[in-house]
Ligand binder design. Structure first.
Ligand SMILES: O=C(O)CCC(=O)C(=O)O
Length: 271
């Protein structure tokens, strides 16, 4: 299912994204369509939850942050319609200022209501995990339910895609503490707003972001799609996470290759 026809952000929007490294497009998707997609997509996420049954006390900071399920579009037609949405992919192309866009991968990030200590998403940058040769990669964060301020909305540090300190940290208590301090010292403004159904945020691979714990009673259900420049090349992995990502999301490829395995279809222009 194609959610909408392509959409061209205005020059103001493009400049804002270039300045801040993140942007939320309000009512970008049709709330009714998201309501229809949500149950099937959530069923796939819960079926594949890697931490199902693990007591809260035994979970790491990372595992308390969210239920993380990747490649959801392989098991859910509902996820597939978001991953192959031309409206989303065309916005990614416009924001990155590239003519073509490929899928890096998708993942659902469902934040459980906190059960005591933790449940926040520590400050981090995504590109630490990705073996990519340039910074032309972007995540669309797509809530499948309304996310009020107490449910753990994504929080950005505006302009932080230019900050270098902390880029070498995996998501952890250490990244939370060190990035928080570096962002404060660098004077970066933090931006956190509730999401209505249909609102979609986009952030660059090097933009620092975090989320508070979900203090509500319902799950914070969010789907993400990670896009890259269609001309992206694979970089030599610089850590074990990047080696894992190379195997998982760029199968069969090596440093220097065009990042265009069978798992990375061209999403824009749509074929
Ligand atoms: O959903 C969250 O809490 C974190 C999301 C995130 O880190 C991302 O989409 O890159």
């Amino acid at each position: 299912m194609d959610l909408h026809f392509p959409h061209d952000p205005t020059d103001d929007v493009l400049e804002q994204f270039q300045r801040d490294g993140h942007l939320t497009l309000r009512r970008f998707l049709d709330p009714l369509e998201l309501e229809i997609l949500e149950p099937g997509l959530s069923a796939a996420v819960h079926r594949e939850d890697p931490n199902d049954g693990v007591p809260w006390e035994e979970r790491s900071t990372y595992d308390r942050a969210f239920i993380q399920v990747g490649d959801v579009h392989q098991s859910s037609d509902e996820a597939r319609s978001l991953v192959f949405s031309r409206r989303l992919a065309s916005a990614a192309a416009a924001l990155l200022r590239v003519p073509t866009i490929r899928l890096y991968h998708d993942q659902a990030l469902y934040k459980l209501p906190t059960r005591g200590d933790g449940g926040h998403t520590p400050w981090h940058v995504d590109q630490y995990y990705w073996p990519m040769a340039t910074d032309r990669c972007i995540t669309a964060w797509i809530p499948l339910v309304e996310v009020s301020d107490d449910m753990g909305p994504l929080t950005f540090a505006s302009g932080s895609h230019r900050m270098v300190e902390g880029r070498e940290l995996e998501i952890s208590d250490e990244s939370e503490a060190r990035c928080d301090r570096a962002l404060a010292e660098g004077g970066y403004t933090r931006s956190r707003e509730p999401f209505e159904l249909g609102d979609v945020s986009f952030h660059l691979g090097w933009t620092y972001h975090s989320a508070p714990p979900n203090l509500g009673t319902e799950e914070r259900k969010v789907m993400t799609v990670i896009y890259m420049d269609g001309a992206m090349r694979v970089a030599e992995p610089s850590n074990d996470h990047q080696r894992d990502d190379l195997r998982k999301w760029l199968p069969g490829l090596a440093a220097g290759d065009l990042a265009a395995s069978d798992a990375n279809p061209l999403l824009w222009p749509a074929t």
